[in-house]
Design a binder for this molecule. Structure first.
Ligand SMILES: [Zn+2]
Ligand SMILES: [Zn+2]
Length: 349
């Protein structure tokens, strides 16, 4: 049993935990998780302290060294001086966004705020998601929830894998889940958290708003994550720009927005006429120009930056995306481009 308190000073943590500490498979497991924070400058939500912070605390300790003697259960207090990498925790309470991949070949977006960690969509393999998060020093097992936007495989295809392999609780609407399992074996789920499209719900300290989209899916939604300080939108596979979308973008501090195709490129690419019609139709995707105009309508409000995603391989190019957005927005508005193949840097709001 170890007793004590924990203090945070700058980028160092010093303190002790209350609980039984044991070693298991070369990692520390704290069986009874309680501890006291002396300094709550990080404003982590009380309910998330127990799990999230401690898990990250363990990460930090693990980085210092795997010396089991240091954490001997017989000691009455534990002192750990662990360097916290800038990536491991945002001490100023900001929201952090990472695109693990964005495009018709697979989507997965990471959002973290106030100690709560979320993944949006499971369109890349479990290993890819795990490895790309690890590049940012994030252990995928510490993610609190996986939220699924719609039933297309580039968003929902691996939700069963993430759930079983990493024990992630899954949030999905019932029609979306049913549409996926009609087409693909997803495997067993211990429990599913169903929300209704258009519903607002909470995951720990975060409010999640959902807006139903006119995309050609069973029950597609976009998400807004609100931590009480800033609002971030995960908005791809939109169909077209509908009224509620236009209004909600004006309420955001940052957005990951689809900028799917360039009309000229689409006209001349190898897609069938049917697919071309689907993409530019009312329930397909939005173009570079439509995305740029949407951002333009919101930037005099709160919008700090936009990350453009779901960029088509065949009917678009990152250079064309930037060119179109710069033309509409000027080159002073911060634009990021989410890759179809690589993890992004961490964007902060
Ligand atoms: Zn998609
Ligand atoms: Zn889709």
């Amino acid at each position: 049993m170890v007793n004590g308190s924990m203090a945070i000073q700058g980028d160092r943590v010093q303190g002790a935990v209350v609980g039984n500490i044991v070693w298991k498979n070369e990692s520390i497991v704290i069986q009874k998780r309680h501890f006291t924070l002396c300094d709550i400058r990080w404003q982590l939500a009380a309910e998330s302290l127990d799990k999230c912070f401690l898990l990250r605390y363990i990460d930090m300790v693990a980085k210092v060294g795997n010396d089991s003697n240091l954490y001997d259960g017989s000691k009455q207090s534990m002192e750990a001086h662990a360097m916290i990498t800038k990536n491991s925790i945002q001490p100023d309470g900001s929201m952090r966004v990472i695109s693990l991949q964005s495009g018709s070949n697979g989507n997965c977006i990471y959002v973290e705020s106030g100690g709560t960690r979320l993944l949006f969509d499971a369109g890349i393999s479990g290993n890819q998601a795990k490895e790309r998060l690890a590049k940012h020093d994030i252990d995928i097992h510490t993610v609190d929830a996986l939220l699924i936007s719609h039933d297309h495989f580039d968003h929902a295809g691996n939700m069963g894998v993430y759930h079983r392999k990493f024990h992630l609780p899954v949030w999905v609407t019932e029609p979306t889940y049913n549409a996926v399992i009609r087409k693909k074996l997803l495997g067993r789920f211990e429990k599913l958290n169903h929300f209704t499209s258009g519903e607002t719900f909470r995951i720990r300290n975060l409010t999640i708003e959902t807006i139903r989209t006119p995309h050609d899916a069973a029950d597609g939604v976009v998400f807004i994550v609100d931590d009480g300080r800033v609002r971030f939108g995960v908005m791809t596979d939109l169909g077209h720009i509908f009224h509620e979308l236009g209004e909600s973008v004006k309420s955001l501090d940052a957005v990951l927005l689809e900028s799917n195709y360039d009309p000229e490129e689409l006209k001349h690419c190898d897609y069938s006429d049917e697919l071309k019609a689907r993409i530019k139709g009312k329930s397909g995707h939005i173009s570079n120009l439509e995305a740029a105009r949407l951002i333009d309508s919101a930037r005099q409000h709160r919008l700090q930056w936009a990350c453009l995603g779901h960029i088509s391989q065949e009917s678009n190019h990152p250079d064309l995306v930037r060119e179109t957005h710069d033309r509409v927005l000027g080159d002073s508005f911060p634009i990021h481009i989410a890759s179809r193949y690589e993890v992004s840097e961490a964007f902060v709001i």
